[in-house]
Ligand binder design. Structure first.
Ligand code: NAD
Length: 370
């Protein structure tokens, strides 16, 4: 049985609450002989700031570099609202992304049949929805320089952000999207704003060339980001894999998230480049949701996004696709049986606690593992 090194970074708020539950899933897979998970635990976000004065310590960064994969809960909360900008809780997450060059952010949006009525769209538009958004994560307008506010001296100020993309940045995220599509229904939609942005012109040019050179078997289309936003709420099931830049990906993936009913359900993965020498790919898996300070400590957080993130880790870091399917199936079965945490209850039936939800998932998973 293979042993994988997992670094657990529970973080703040409900992060530690949902991380506790995912550890039980890993333990069960270990007992079932699927794989062994050797876990280490570190601090990130406000918890790390309280302990070390920065949002992730160098020692924990070393653990992150050495791990086969990282599972992160969530960072942030009102307690740290006043801390200096460079050591704010999110800076721990940004350091992980930057130092491990986690350039591809995968955000799947699946709509469980049992939750289709919780979507803001009609059931027939979202039932069976299965979209994968691949967002460029380490470049673009969030990182480009200059990035500043200048005092113009006449009572006016000027805010500047800079969108920059180089060919290699577009190519490597495009490659992730095409590879992903080959394992799904073989379709990629690439999105930018080539009508008004030079980076959009380059984005389309690079993706088109990459497609012709290496992925001609995959169906590719290009959509302007504004029009894609419209299509995503009009006819979302027409899409398979969507690849786009950091800014548009940030916005569009949140739009898609809401189509599925609750933020407490959605996982994400952030992947780096495969090391040609070791074959290892840096990878961090985390729920889409934040630290949810409004429900922290109440024992009611939905653990499904965190457990789904672990399923992605099984699939993309460890090649354990079957085990990932079984975890996802266990979740679907529990939802189909009617169990709901408060965020997905929508006024109907009893409320399950975090522990009750994960206990039910473990029972289902045990059955599926045989
Ligand atoms: P949030 O995702 O924490 O919460 C939004 C709403 O969704 C809240 O009502 C919350 O109770 C609910 N919610 C979120 N996850 C849930 C779950 N698993 N189960 C049940 N309900 C859930 O977003 P926010 O309130 O905007 O941000 C709170 C803090 O989290 C802020 O400090 C923010 O900066 C941080 N944040 C961190 C991340 C991250 O760690 N990647 C992402 C987003 C926000």
């Amino acid at each position: 049985m293979t042993t994988y090194k997992l670094l657990l970074l529970p973080g703040d708020g409900i992060g530690p609450e949902v991380m506790t539950e995912v550890q039980k899933v890993a333990d069960l897979l270990g007992q079932a002989g699927i794989a062994q998970f050797e876990t280490e635990q570190g601090l990130v976000g406000g918890a790390a700031y309280d302990a070390h004065g920065k949002a992730i310590s160098d020692a924990d960064m070393d653990l992150a570099q050495a791990a086969d994969a990282i599972l992160l809960g969530a960072v942030g909360g009102p307690k740290w609202d006043g801390v200096p900008y460079e050591v704010r809780p999110e800076s721990g997450l940004f350091r992980l992304r930057k130092d491990l060059t986690l350039f591809a952010n995968l955000r799947p949006a699946m709509c469980y049949p049992a939750l289709a009525d919780a979507s803001s769209l009609k059931r027939e538009l979202v039932e069976g929805l299965d979209i994968m958004i691949v967002r460029e994560l380490t470049g673009g307008i969030y990182f480009g320089e200059p990035k500043e506010i200048i005092d113009l001296g006449n009572g006016q100020k000027r805010g500047i952000d800079t969108q920059i993309y180089d060919t290699y940045e577009i190519e490597r995220v495009g490659r992730v999207a095409f590879e992903m599509a080959r394992k799904r229904t073989n379709r990629v939609t690439s999105s930018e704003k080539r009508n008004v942005m030079k980076t959009g012109v380059l984005w389309k040019e690079v993706i088109t060339a990459l497609h012709q050179r290496e992925y001609a078997d995959v169906a590719l289309d290009h959509q302007l980001a504004d029009s894609l936003g419209m299509q995503l709420v009009r006819q979302p099931k027409q899409f398979d894999v969507i690849v786009t830049d950091n800014l548009f990906g940030d916005i569009l993936s949140d739009v898609v998230a809401m189509l599925t009913g609750s933020i407490g359900m959605l996982p994400s993965a952030s992947l780096g480049e495969v090391d040609p020498k070791t074959g290892k790919r840096p990878a961090l898996y985390e729920p889409v949701h934040g630290s949810a300070p409004d429900i922290t400590g109440k024992g009611i957080a939905n653990p499904i996004a965190m457990i789904n993130s672990f399923a992605m880790c099984l699939r993309y870091s460890f090649g354990l696709g079957e085990a990932a399917d079984q975890v996802e199936m266990a979740i679907a079965n529990v939802l189909a049986a009617g169990l709901r945490t408060a965020d997905i209850r929508h006024g109907i039936g009893a409320i399950a606690s975090t522990a009750q939800m994960s206990a039910a998932i473990l029972v289902e998973l045990k059955k599926l593992l045989g």
